[in-house]
Design a protein around this ligand. Structure first.
Ligand SMILES: NC(=O)c1ccc[n+]([C@@H]2O[C@H](COP(=O)([O-])OP(=O)(O)OC[C@H]3O[C@@H](n4cnc5c(N)ncnc54)[C@H](OP(=O)(O)O)[C@@H]3O)[C@@H](O)[C@H]2O)c1
Length: 357
C-alpha cells in the first residue's frame, strides 16, 4: 500500500501521553493536519499543552474525546484521515479478550473510514525481549525485529507477561485485519525505553523512565529489574520513527520495526550523569536502592553478563526511514531540564546550590 501523502491528515491516539504528544508535535512541524485523540478534551491538566501548539489556533490540529473501550467512537474521527498512529495504551493488558476486542473497535473504524491507508501500531520492546527464562537471551542474543519472546514457555502467562503478550496480540490483530481488508497496511513500531523532554507536567508521572529520572532528582531511585540496563530511545526520535513509518515507501503490511538507539546505559550511571551533564545544578547524586530479593542479588553478576552479551540492532528502521538517533546524554539532559521547568520538580541539591528564584 502507498504511504500517506505529505501534508495529509493523521489521527493520533494517546495524544496526551508522552510519546503521542511528541508524535502530534512532529507531525505538525512537518506540515500534516492532526486529529489528536484523548480521553477527555476538557481535561486541561492533560490537554492544555496540545491546545498551546500553534496548529490548534489555526484549526490544523483538532482535539477529539474517544475512549478505546467504546465501540464506534473513532468512526467519525478516522473518516477522511490518511493515516492513524495508534499510540495509546489500553485499559488492561492482562485481559487478552479485552485487548482483542478493543483492537476490533479500532479496526472497524479504520475499515469504515474508507480513507485510511496506513496504521502504525505502537507496541514495545517487551514484545521482543521479555523472557520468563533469561537463558533464552543467551540462546538468542540478537535483539532484532524477527525475535519474539519464547512463546512456548509455560510460565509466559497473562498475569506475568500480560503487557508483552497483549502487544503481540494487537500487532497480529491489526496485520491480519489489514491483510483481509486489502486497502490499508498495519506497521508495528516497538519503542524501547523512552527518555527526553516532557511537554506537560502530568507526563512526569508516567513512562516509567521519565518518572524514574524524577525520583533520581528527588534523591531516591531503584535498581532496574534483574539488573537490565536501560535500552533507550529519545522520545522525539521515537516520534520520528512513527512518522517515518507512515511516510515510508519501503514497508509492507505486517512488518514491525524497533525504535531504539542501541545505547544501554546502567541505571546508576544515568543517575550520576545528571551531575556530569548539568554541574551548575548541583544535584546531590543518591546511591541506588536494590530491592531485589537475596536470591536475585546473589546472581547479579550473572544477570549483568546476560544483558551485556545482547546485541541490539536498529539497522531495519534506519533502512526504511531517515531517522537518526541522538546520544543518550542529550535525552537525559533535556528530560531533566523539562522536569524542572515544565513540572517544577524540586531536586535534592548539594549544600551551597539552589534553584534560580
Ligand atoms: N514510554 C515508554 O518508554 C514506552 C516504551 C515502549 C512502548 N511504549 C508504548 O507507547 C505507547 C505510549 O506510551 P507513553 O509512555 O506515551 O504512555 P502515556 O504517557 O501513559 O500515554 C498513554 C496514553 O494512552 C491513553 N489511554 C490509556 N487508556 C486508554 C483508553 N482506554 N482509551 C483511549 N486512550 C487511552 C491515555 O490517554 P488520556 O491521557 O487521554 O487519558 C494516555 O495519554 C503505549 O502503547 C506504550 O505501551 C512506551
Amino acid at each position: 500500500m502507498a504511504p500517506i501523502p505529505k501534508g495529509g491528515t493523521v489521527a493520533v491516539t494517546g495524544s496526551a501521553g508522552f510519546i503521542g504528544g511528541w508524535v502530534v508535535r512532529r507531525l505538525l512541524d512537518k506540515g500534516y493536519r492532526v486529529r489528536a485523540c484523548v480521553r477527555d478534551v476538557n481535561d486541561d491538566s492533560k490537554c492544555q499543552f496540545l491546545k498551546d501548539m500553534p496548529g490548534y489556533a489555526s484549526g490544523r490540529l483538532t482535539l477529539h474525546s474517544a475512549n478505546l473501550d467504546d465501540e464506534g467512537c473513532f468512526d467519525d474521527i478516522f473518516a477522511g484521515c490518511n493515516g492513524v498512529a495508534h499510540v495509546s495504551h489500553v485499559s488492561d493488558y492482562t485481559d487478552h479478550e479485552y485487548v482483542a476486542r478493543v483492537c476490533g473497535h479500532m479496526i472497524n473504524s479504520v475499515n469504515q473510514s474508507g480513507s485510511v491507508n496506513r496504521v502504525i501500531v505502537t507496541s514495545s520492546i517487551a514484545a521482543v525481549i521479555s523472557e520468563m527464562d533469561l537463558q533464552e537471551l543467551v540462546r538468542r542474543p540478537v535483539l532484532y525485529e524477527d525475535r519474539y519472546p519464547d512463546e512456548s514457555n509455560p510460565r509466559r502467562t497473562a498475569d506475568r507477561q500480560g503487557y508483552s503478550m497483549g502487544k503481540v496480540i494487537a500487532q497480529r490483530a491489526f496485520s491480519d485485519a489489514a491483510e483481509e481488508a486489502g486497502t490499508w497496511d498495519a506497521i508495528t513500531c516497538c519503542p524501547a525505553d523512552n527518555v527526553g523532554p516532557i511537554q506537560s507536567a502530568h507526563q512526569k508521572n508516567f513512562g516509567p523512565w521519565q518518572h524514574n529520572i524524577e525520583t533520581m532528582l528527588l534523591g531516591e531511585y531503584y535498581q532496574n529489574g534483574v539488573y537490565r540496563p536501560w535500552m533507550t530511545v529519545d522520545v522525539r526520535d521515537d516520534a520520528d520513527c512513527h512518522i517515518g513509518l507512515l511516510e515510508s515507501t519501503r514497508v509492507k503490511n505486517g512488518e514491525r520495526y524497533i525504535a531504539w538507539s542501541t545505547d544501554t546505559p546502567k541505571v546508576e550511571d544515568i543517575c550520576a550523569s545528571i551531575d556530569r551533564l548539568l554541574p551548575e545544578l548541583g544535584h546531590d547524586t543518591p546511591e541506588v536502592i536494590d530491592n531485589h530479593p537475596d536470591r536475585i542479588k546473589a546472581r547479579e553478576e550473572e544477570f549483568r553478563a546476560i544483558w551485556g552479551q545482547c546485541d541490539l540492532r536498529n539497522d531495519r528502521i534506519r533502512a526504511v526511514t531517515p531517522v537518526t538517533f541522538r546520544p543518550f546524554d542529550e535525552s537525559l539532559r533535556d528530560c531533566v531540564e523539562s522536569l524542572l521547568s515544565v513540572a517544577k520538580v524540586k531536586p535534592k541539591l548539594r549544600e551551597g546550590f539552589s534553584l534560580p528564584a
